[in-house]
Design a protein around this ligand. Sequence first.
Ligand SMILES: [Zn+2]
Length: 207
Amino acid sequence: MVNYQKIPAFFKILPDLLRIRDKIRNFAANFINMDHLTPQQRHKNMAAIHNKNTKPEMIVRRGVWKRGFRYRLNHKRLPGHPDLALRKYRTCIFINGCFWHGHLVDSSTMGSSACCKIPSTNHEFWVAKIRRNKERDKEEQRKLAEMGWHCITVWECELKPKQREQTLDSIAFTLNHIYLQDHSSPKPYEPMEEEMGMPMAAENNDG
Ligand SMILES: [Zn+2]
């Protein structure tokens, strides 16, 4: 026997139930296999993943790719997991948000800059946080340099529409410059072992 009085209530919560079901399904699919998703769900999922690619990063990725450079994203084995790593150029590109990375903020005074206004509420907290980020950036780049990698930092403010193309061109210029420098610097002449041995042997024979 159907209780008709209860049906409207059921329909009221039906959308919620469906939403909960979808959430559980999505959650599970993320851990099991994306292929179980309907195209619609997969689209939603991909969109969520794409949103992780913040806009400034996408601008640089597209611009650098368009200029013929190939790269790897968030290289896990490099310090700081650089946004882009170009092996051929032995160069990492970091795309930094001006606020979080304290663009133009002096490390000793930690005063606000044109790019990075440190909030007055919870001021000390923000100063500490941004200082830590700046120190971490510096440390990562030092480690990368030790490993023979060059670093290019691109700031969010340099990617405003008016400046964008110029910034991307200058990244390309810098990469080419790095490549030429790394490959054309005259290495000090190091004779090979055979070369070193032969004249010595000859000299000994003569003497
Ligand atoms: Zn800036």
